[in-house]
Design a protein. Structure first.
Length: 236
């Protein structure tokens, strides 16, 4: 623990739980802490990337923002896994739905994460790595969603390095391969977890559908994804 606090995380030893929920938006982390947790402490305000630890139904759980894009989530999840002894990170984010059967407010669970990123190059592998979720977290999330009668879709997602891409046909190409939704962080999270021998899962609520024009306003993205949050909290 000699590496803590870090330049990005002010938490001291023991202030972060073994399971961390990680939305991209730090204000969504605050919303979760305020809405669902009791006995809450704020362990991080560095760069306004808010982090909280509290209790949910008798279980200790933390929630922390991860930022936008793989470089950002790569830093925060690396430090959580390697410096703070976190065992499970569950990304709870927003995504764009690209499959025809995916609509606004649907919950998508990322079994695998395709990517256009070069993030895996750091590992110098003799081939292409397939970033996948931890099966234990995935299966428990699906079971909890069924118990809560929350309709989910499980499958491949796309973690993209670009939001404003120059290739206007890119999403259509991923769509024809059965990819359900596009976001910007899961692949790096899954790779960091694999390298650290830890567990990771990405759950997404669809905030917009680029092919149909469906979309939620920013405020609803921050506060209305409670079904996804409840599934994630049950996994702590």
């Amino acid at each position: 623990m000699s590496n803590t606090p870090t330049p990005h995380n002010a938490a001291k030893e023991g202030e972060i739980a073994k399971t961390v929920l990680m939305p991209g938006d730090p204000l969504r982390a605050k919303f979760i802490a305020d809405t669902f947790l009791t006995d809450v402490i704020c362990f991080n305000t560095v760069r306004n990337m808010l982090g909280f630890t509290g209790t949910y139904k008798g279980k200790r759980v933390s929630v922390m923002g991860g930022g936008m894009g793989m470089p950002s989530v790569g830093i925060y999840t690396y430090e959580l896994f390697h410096f703070y002894d976190v065992e499970n990170i569950i990304r709870i984010g927003s995504a764009g739905g690209i499959a025809e059967n995916v609509h606004v407010r649907d919950v998508v669970i990322g079994m695998g994460a395709c990517t256009d990123s070069n993030y895996a190059s750091q590992y110098h592998l003799p081939g292409t790595f397939a970033p996948i979720a931890s099966y234990d977290l995935l299966s428990r999330a699906v079971n909890e969603a069924e118990r809560l009668n929350i309709r989910t879709k499980v499958g491949n997602i796309l973690s993209s390095d670009v939001f404003y891409g120059d290739d206007g046909d890119a999403l259509a190409k991923w769509k024809k391969m059965g990819v359900l939704a596009v976001e910007m962080e899961a692949a790096a999270l899954y790779m960091n977890a694999a390298r650290a021998g830890k567990n990771a899962l990405c759950m997404l609520t669809i905030s917009d559908c680029p092919f149909t024009g469906e979309a939620l306003p920013a405020e609803e993205r921050q506060t209305s994804f409670t079904q996804m949050m409840e599934i994630a909290l049950s996994l702590a």
